[in-house]
Design a binder for this molecule. Structure first.
Ligand code: NAP
Length: 471
């Protein structure tokens, strides 16, 4: 049998992409743009819906950010693109199956879990992870049944001051009427309407110059109608370590500090709804009464320069107690291992060299295996950060292909995976199914003046997909 250059018209390169969030789409895009390459990409997701955190993570009052899916829709419109939704790798398909049906696999599985705080009281009622809360208000099937009692009191705390914390703060603090014209999950909107939360404490373990939020995100909270953003002027008298840090820090940190300084001059304001920013405050214990959270004990931190590294916060032993009824941990996402794929427990990522999966046990590259996005570099960066990240991985993949030859494919090769899934009784969803489901959600939204009304259980999604296929 004649062989061909892999990626030639006569022998397309077959790539499986596991996960369908931004990093997956940017990887597909990068592959589609390689000159002279003939490629077929199959994108898998364990949910019947694509787009990962754009659907399940980006806050409902950030519809403009969500509009990035228009770009992904263009990528999906390419004739070489296929989507296999409701397929779980590790359950419905093994890595060995993928290796049998594809020339290479790109893992774009993100970081679906969350970090723990590691303090006493973390399992009390009223203590939640931001991951669960975000998934809940976005109607993610994994989190839609989580219960958040927003009527247990008026004070909440959010630990961490990254952009996820900012999303949680906005959703908790703003008037719920502002959310009713978004695609927030119905159950969340209803709970937020009943919410008695009026004050949110944001606990950052380092100072304002090291805060993890983007200036745009903190400014948005400062401009929320009916909400006072309160900054203690004392926090804005920067210590020498922060002052030095700010000189070399990027424009973002400088802009945030400028904004916070202006904000600190405004006092407490007259609104009932308040967001209190606390800096150099690290939780050391979550205090419970009858198994329910009643307060958070925070230690005052001191900042220390660390040669060459980031500014560190060290405890001073000074403790303050803040009575709170709810607490959300927004201290970062954490990756989860995928059966059959190397995983580094410490960084919770797939070990790699420029996107080539590396087996740490043998320190050798795993053939035909690549990784992109948060699974590759950890849970950092904005949506757009994934574009250069995915390009780097695809460049590695293309370099590895140079000179590789492969035999012609059998005529029914494209059926390799669908046949396997059907034989295993897996009810998968293709891109046309998703487009019908998408149109259905948008049509339901149009009836009530919202961008869409989301289906929030996998069972409902599959039921609607089946019905829509019949039409
Ligand atoms: P993040 O930006 O890494 O922020 C994590 C926060 O948790 C930091 O304030 C960190 O403090 C704090 N933290 C970590 N461990 C802690 C501990 N043990 N005790 C107290 N505080 C602790 O992570 P993220 O907010 O989850 O966001 C993930 C990524 O998604 C980020 O790149 C973010 O920009 C992006 N994102 C963007 C948007 C948007 O653009 N609108 C929205 C959501 C998320 P230290 O800084 O001291 O470590």
């Amino acid at each position: 049998m004649t062989d061909h250059a892999l990626g030639d018209v006569a022998r397309p390169l077959r790539v499986a992409v596991i996960g369908s969030g931004p990093s997956a789409f940017y990887a597909v895009d990068a592959l589609q743009r390689v000159g002279g390459l003939t490629v077929r990409t199959d994108v898998f997701d364990r949910l019947p819906t694509p787009f990962g955190l754009v659907r399940g993570g980006v806050a409902p009052d950030h519809q403009k950010i969500k509009s990035v899916v228009r770009v992904y829709e263009q990528i999906a419109a390419h004739p070489s693109f296929r989507f296999f939704g409701h397929v779980t790798v590790g359950r419905d398909l093994t890595v060995a199956d993928l290796m049998q049906c594809y020339d290479c696999v790109i893992y774009a599985v993100g970081a679906e879990s969350d970090r723990r705080l590691g303090v006493v009281g973390e399992d009390l009622l009223g203590v939640h992870s931001a991951t669960a809360f975000v998934g809940w208000y976005n109607g993610h099937p994994d989190h839609r049944d989580h219960r958040f009692d927003l009527t247990s009191g008026r004070r909440a705390a959010v630990v961490g001051n990254g952009n996820v914390a900012m999303d949680v703060v906005r959703v908790l603090a703003q008037k719920p009427e502002r959310l009713q014209s978004t695609d927030i999950a119905d159950h969340a909107l209803e709970s937020l309407r009943q919410s008695t939360v009026r004050e949110v404490y944001v606990l950052g373990r380092r100072g304002p110059a090291q805060a993890a939020f983007s200036p745009k995100e903190i400014e948005e909270i400062g401009h929320l109608e009916g909400v006072d953003l309160v900054v203690d002027p004392a926090d804005m008298e920067l210590d020498p370590v922060s002052a030095a840090h700010l000189e070399t820090a990027g424009k973002s940190a400088q802009r945030s500090v400028r904004f916070l300084t202006e904000q600190s001059a405004k006092g407490h304001g007259a609104n009932e709804r308040k967001v209190w920013l606390r800096f150099c405050a690290s939780p050391v214990e979550l205090v419970g009464t009858d198994g329910r959270l009643s307060a958070v004990r925070v230690e005052r931190m001191r900042l220390m320069a660390d040669a060459g590294g980031p500014v560190k916060a060290v405890g001073t032993g000074e403790i303050d107690t803040i009575p709170v009824d709810l607490l959300f941990k927004a201290v970062g996402y954490r990756g989860q291992p995928l059966p059959g794929v190397p995983f580094d427990e410490r960084s919770a990522t797939i070990p790699n060299q420029e996107g080539r999966v590396l087996d740490p046990a043998t320190n050798t590259l795993v053939p035909r295996s690549y990784v992109v996005g948060w699974a590759k570099r950890g849970p950092t960066g904005l949506i757009g950060t994934n574009s250069p990240d995915s390009k780097e991985t695809v460049a590695s993949l293309i370099r590895d292909l140079t000179g590789v030859r492969a035999q012609a494919l059998p005529a029914d090769d494209a059926e390799c995976i669908p046949n396997l899934l059907r034989a295993r009784g897996v009810e998968f969803v293709d891109y046309d199914d998703w487009r019908r489901l998408d149109a259905h959600e948008i049509a339901q939204g149009a009836k009530v003046g919202r961008p869409r009304v989301k289906l929030t259980t996998t069972a409902d999604m599959l039921r609607v997909v089946r019905e829509l296929r019949q039409r």
